[in-house]
Design a protein around this ligand. Structure first.
Ligand SMILES: Cc1cc2nc3c(=O)[nH]c(=O)nc-3n(C[C@H](O)[C@H](O)[C@H](O)COP(=O)(O)OP(=O)(O)OC[C@H]3O[C@@H](n4cnc5c(N)ncnc54)[C@H](O)[C@@H]3O)c2cc1C
Length: 543
């Protein structure tokens, strides 16, 4: 029965029962909640922010990978696969295109206001983030899902074989809460490593830490070298307008590439030259290659992109303005929780992952999936994970929750050997190891090893610090999750002794055929890396 739950805080210590707990509030969480509810499960969705405005999609204009069925689909997969640095899996790509398309049609059926094309057909390939997520929230409410806004999950509950729920904190009341669930879907988004990017505030890789503490592994964490241009000092990492930009040095000289040609297209061929130039000084841009009709199209399509310019009194099509490359980590990079089945299982019984929380190598390989694939992946993987979790809960739901024990450690249960830790300083320290262009746009063994040593030391300090208490536990867990994510990134980046996709090594500049395999990292205090071929299962055989 449809119910419209109001946002509310739970009482301190209140236990909640569910078949499926979805952790997160972006598109992948919404689709997971809807598919689990459609499969008959009682679903609870717990979001760190407000479901409908939190996460990377909500403030953005989102292009999807929208390919109708027919011969064109195989051709589209073929064409995209060639750009995935050899690591995507065409069967996963086909089923992603298939599921995302079906669900975009569902959105149209449910009344999502897609614009019409000249011939009257609905244009379903693009979603305006704020409208889309508001619409999804309503749909999730109508499906009878219990939404817990501003209720971050701090740790999973279970034992060393399986997961059976999670515990968290109400940010409004400070109350603790526990959800006992037959299965849990992690849809916590990617890790922006404390870089200020659109929608990135709560994206601290929490799902990676939760999964690893339960025994899951991560994959593709070396493909985090993704940056996007933004006006200097802003958090506006919307790259599209820079396709029509020209670039300059501080003295007004045009920026030139290695062949001496003026640099254009900052989201394509020009990006490397801009990154190189930024290492030695400021870079300026002007969007002067956009004709008036294109200027109008850009302004209408991405109105929020132009607000910072308007505020500063800059006409970006006429005036020069300073730019930065913003680090995006796994938000538009690729790595995340390793998936072990077509239902987005994680290898830990009862635990599923979707969207940016999961590795997207199956569909994007070693390159960024931003701009189309990630949005479709969030839809498709959310749907599969919700179904998988509901089926798992049906089979194994255990109404006795006495076996559940907390699985969280760092930030929650420090040894207290040392005094407290300055979490603000720790956040800055980990950002400094990973976000600078010289650390993640270009990597080298020496730099990675030095970062690894400093991050290991920080991890030890976090573990030895006095445990955080009350509301500070959330910040402590975020710092722990980002530090762990940085350590997995550095370990994977050291293991891949070649350049491939968005992983660029100065000391190994070439791609090497022998290294066309996934790098899996696991472990918390001791992090290890292994290689494996893409994981396939019977459900993919039909594709
Ligand atoms: C500026 C920008 C533009 C983009 N444009 C495109 C595009 O055009 N096309 C495209 O394909 N992709 C695009 N992307 C990528 C796309 O936005 C993401 O792939 C997509 O949002 C992923 O959805 P998600 O649900 O997995 O994560 P998100 O939308 O990031 O949501 C994560 C959710 O998890 C919640 N959360 C985090 N930790 C916890 C916790 N501990 N407990 C509870 N909840 C938690 C957060 O509050 C949030 O609700 C863009 C990204 C950015 C930053």
């Amino acid at each position: 029965m449809a119910s419209l739950h109001k946002t509310r805080s739970v009482e301190d210590g209140q236990p909640i029962e569910a078949d499926v707990l979805v952790v997160g509030g972006g598109p992948s969480a919404a689709w997971a909640a809807l598919s689990a509810a459609e499969a008959g499960a009682k679903v609870v969705l717990a979001d760190k922010g407000y479901h409908g405005t939190s996460g990377a999609t909500a403030p953005s204009n989102t292009g999807t990978w929208c390919v109708p069925p027919g011969e064109g689909r195989a051709a589209s997969v073929e064409q995209r696969w060639k750009r995935t640095a050899g690591l995507a899996d065409k069967r996963w790509m086909l089923r992603c295109a298939d599921r995302a398309y079906e669900n975009l049609l569902k959105l149209a059926e449910w009344g999502y206001p897609f614009p019409s094309e000249d011939d009257g057909a609905l244009y379903i390939a693009n979603l305006r983030g704020p409208d889309y997520m508001r619409f999804m929230r309503r749909r999730v409410q109508q499906a009878g899902v219990q939404i817990l806004d501003h209720h971050p999950i701090l740790e999973l509950l279970g034992d060393d074989r399986r997961v059976g729920g999670a515990a968290g904190l109400s940010r409004r009341s400070g109350a603790n809460f526990r959800v006992a669930a037959g299965a849990v879907v992690l849809a916590t988004g990617g890790c922006a490593f404390f870089e200020r990017i659109l929608g990135g505030t709560g994206l601290t890789g929490d799902g990676y830490l939760l999964a690893a503490e339960a025994g899951a592994a991560l994959s593709g964490m070396e493909f985090t070298g993704k940056y996007t241009l933004a006006p200097h000092g802003s958090s506006l990492n919307k790259g599209l307008p820079f396709r029509w930009a020209t670039f300059y040095r501080e003295n007004g000289e045009p920026l030139r590439d290695a062949r001496g040609e003026p640099v254009t297209n900052g989201i394509g061929g020009g990006e490397r030259s801009i990154a190189e130039a930024l290492l030695s000084g400021p870079v300026y841009a002007r969007l002067d290659l956009a004709e008036p009709a294109m200027q109008d199209w850009l302004r209408r399509g991405q109105p929020n992109c132009f607000l910072p310019y308007d505020r500063l009194g800059i006409d970006p099509f006429r005036d020069l303005f300073r730019v930065d490359l913003k680090y995006e980590g796994t938000v538009r990079g690729t790595g995340g929780i390793r998936l072990t089945s077509s239902e987005c299982a994680t290898g830990v019984s009862g635990l599923y992952a979707a969207g940016d929380a999961a590795s997207r190598e199956n569909v994007t390989g070693g390159i960024s999936g931003g701009g189309a694939i990630n949005a479709s992946w969030a839809i498709a993987s959310g749907w599969w994970a919700g179904q998988g979790a509901a089926a798992h809960a049906r089979r194994y739901r255990d109404h006795d929750s006495s076996w559940l024990r907390p699985l969280g450690a760092t930030g929650l249960r420090g040894t207290g050997r040392d005094a407290g830790i300055d979490l603000g300083a720790a956040a800055k320290a980990v950002h400094a190891e990973i976000a600078p262009l010289g650390k993640s746009y270009w990597r080298s063994a020496a730099g990675l090893e030095a970062s690894s040593a400093r991050l290991d030391a920080l991890w030890k300090r976090l573990n030895n610090a006095l445990p955080a208490t009350g509301a500070e536990r959330l910040r402590a867990r975020e710092v722990a999750a980002v530090t762990a994510s940085a350590r997995w990134t550095v370990t994977a980046a050291l293991a891949r002794t070649e350049s491939r996709g968005v992983h660029r090594r100065r000391d190994y500049p070439q791609e090497q055929d022998a290294q066309a395999a996934r790098i899996i990292v696991s472990g918390l205090d001791r992090v290890t890396a292994t290689r494996e071929q893409p994981v396939l299962d019977a459900a993919q055989e039909g594709y």
